[in-house]
Design a protein around this ligand. Structure first.
Ligand SMILES: [Zn+2]
Length: 161
């Protein structure tokens, strides 16, 4: 197993749509193991493959109920609204109140290619939406209210100088 460096805001891979996975082989198993190790080390409750520089539709998670991995996830359904202080391992040190649907249901595959479904509200629902966003190349900055987004971008540009 290996811990990867986590890509941060500004890295183009985080804005790139990830490729579907078609090979359910030893490499995929290894990728999931490494992603879990990287996520626990960070620590975080979810990690998508592009965050470690791999543009594939895979994410891992553990919201405190044990580890899981989803390959080729798609959101089937969302409902309700829920404001939550959301952060991202790729934007370290920031948490913003973001309103999203409270409940989400996701379909995908496990590491063996078998169909799976996951659902949940509150933290689980939030994690599912956040990780599927990553695979579409969407960071939570895009979900921020305009003022917060402007403030973050100004701060980020200054830090690049
Ligand atoms: Zn994230």
């Amino acid at each position: 197993m290996a811990i990867y460096p986590i890509r941060t805001f500004g890295d183009p891979i985080l804005r790139t749509k990830a490729e579907p996975v078609s090979d359910f082989d030893r490499h995929l198993e290894r990728l999931v193991e490494d992603m879990l190790e990287t996520m626990y080390d960070a620590p975080g409750v979810g990690l998508a493959a592009p965050q470690i520089g791999i543009s594939k539709r895979v994410f891992v998670y553990d919201i405190g109920e044990g580890p899981g991995a989803v390959v080729n996830p798609e959101i089937l359904e969302t409902s309700g609204t829920f404001e939550f202080d959301e952060g991202c391992l790729s934007i370290p040190g920031h948490f913003w109140p973001i309103t999203r649907p409270e409940y989400a249901r996701v379909a995908g595959q496990d590491v063996d290619g078998q169909p799976i479904e996951l659902e949940g509200d509150e933290l689980m629902g939030r994690m599912l939406q956040h990780e599927v966003d990553h695979l579409a190349g969407t960071l939570l900055i895009k979900r921020l209210e305009r003022d917060l987004k402007t403030e973050f971008m100004r701060e980020w540009r200054q830090a690049q100088l």
